[in-house]
Unconditional design. Structure first.
Length: 410
């Protein structure tokens, strides 16, 4: 029982420091070490380890990475970025565009999708306008975490709550409870970013120039794929909430949408080679490590022994935020829901679980999968990264404010 917990602590420490002596580790390497440690010490069998890897997540990310890579290599992503952000005339307005634009989009397209597509966009914007990439990467991370709170399809944990929580008309219910506090929290994200990066909000007018298309055929194919993603997700919303009992898996959406590129691009091998394989390794390893920790029953027992009402809104928000840093937010929701639903949890309490487990992503890097996608994507495409402490020094005050805002509204 104790070995997986020790391995988890070592993993968290290594992710925080990222360097031992002259050796610098990447996040995926640290998580892979954790998975191998519990495998080789017999804490989880190889068969169970393989079965615990969520292939739906891996294949979804794979499909979206193919589309994102094609968008970037063709030059169409830069072209699209110009059209989306050309109205931003200052650093202030650009950060607000990123926060509210990406935040609202994540409520529809899911946060991980926006993390994949948005990272190369903000890196390009930072380079063109001489803005620190860290500022825009953090704005992207906070935007898609906060924005996804207000939708039952904004992230996987919200979808789990919408499906298993028995919430009537989830889209309207989430919006009714969470739209206003989410908008307020997006604005607070801007205020805190400006406070910590005060000297980087220069007064020079931003000069937007349109990026040329590098490969017109690949741009056309990647544009079709992107449109297919949007249309299929919108179709999924209609199907899922129409009451006909059928919906499309996000995995299928990503894999179907990547087909134009895979079938008709002459550069598909090059695209395959260049996608972010390290992030896929990270998630596979994370599933193995988290399953071994789950099997210990340590955190389930910890929740039961807290000694206070774990079904109150304040407790749900607090427990969700803290434990999501350790076992990730989706396993946390899978753990917490069976405690709330049989106890007759109210809609407010279920919404609190959605809000708490989601804004947990603003506290530390490991609080949300989208943070990992953004950081590893940035490291792959440039020399930019965000350290554990750089994220935490802004994430801690922001998450505190997020907690208070949602608590007051719920």
């Amino acid at each position: 029982m104790i070995i997986p917990i020790i391995v988890l602590l070592v993993v968290l420490i290594l992710i925080a420091v990222r360097q031992v002596g002259n050796v610098r580790f990447q996040i995926w390497q640290i998580m892979l070490f954790g998975a191998l440690a519990v495998l080789l010490t017999g804490q989880i069998s190889f068969g169970d380890a393989f079965r615990t890897i969520n292939l739906d997540v891996i294949l979804f990310l794979f499909g979206m990475f193919i589309i994102s890579q094609a968008l970037e290599e063709s030059g169409y992503l830069g072209h699209l970025s110009y059209n989306l952000f050309k109205r931003a005339k200052s650093v202030d307005s650009l950060v607000l565009f990123v926060l509210f634009g990406m935040g609202i989009a994540s409520a529809i397209l899911m946060n991980d999708t926006l993390a994949i597509i948005g990272t190369p966009v903000v890196l390009l914007l930072a380079k063109k306008h001489r803005i620190p990439a860290k500022l825009l990467l953090l704005a992207l991370a906070f935007a898609i975490t906060i924005g996804s709170v207000m939708s039952p399809i904004g992230n996987p944990q919200n979808l789990l709550i919408a499906i298993n929580g028995g919430i009537v008309n989830p889209i309207l219910t989430f919006l009714r409870f969470l739209f206003i506090p989410t908008v307020i929290n997006l604005f607070f994200a801007y205020v805190i970013l400006k406070l910590f990066y005060k000297g980087k909000f220069h007064n020079e007018a931003l000069d937007h120039t349109q990026e040329p298309i590098k490969d017109h055929k690949l741009a056309f194919l990647s544009k079709i794929s992107l449109i297919m993603v949007v249309l299929l997700i919108l179709l999924n919303i209609v199907l899922f909430f129409s009451g006909i009992g059928f919906s499309l898996k996000l995995t299928y959406i990503a894999l179907v949408a990547m087909l134009p590129i895979v079938l008709f691009s002459q550069r598909k091998i090059e695209i395959f080679k260049n996608i972010d394989w390290h992030t896929l390794i990270f998630f596979a390893a994370m599933f193995v490590l988290m399953e071994s920790i789950w099997d210990t029953g340590f955190f389930q027992s910890l929740i039961n022994k807290t000694g206070f009402n774990t079904t109150s809104v304040g407790a749900i928000l607090l427990i969700s935020i803290i434990l999501s840093q350790i076992i990730s937010n989706v396993p946390l929701v899978a753990l917490y829901l069976p405690m709330l639903v049989p106890a007759g949890a109210s809609v407010t309490e279920l919404i609190a679980l959605a809000a708490g487990s989601t804004i947990a992503g603003n506290l530390f890097i490991l609080g949300a999968a989208s943070n990992i996608i953004i950081i590893q994507n940035a490291e792959k495409r440039s020399n930019e990264t965000i350290t554990f402490l750089e994220f935490a020094k802004i994430g801690i005050p922001l998450t505190t404010i997020n907690f208070l805002v949602y608590f007051l509204f719920l």
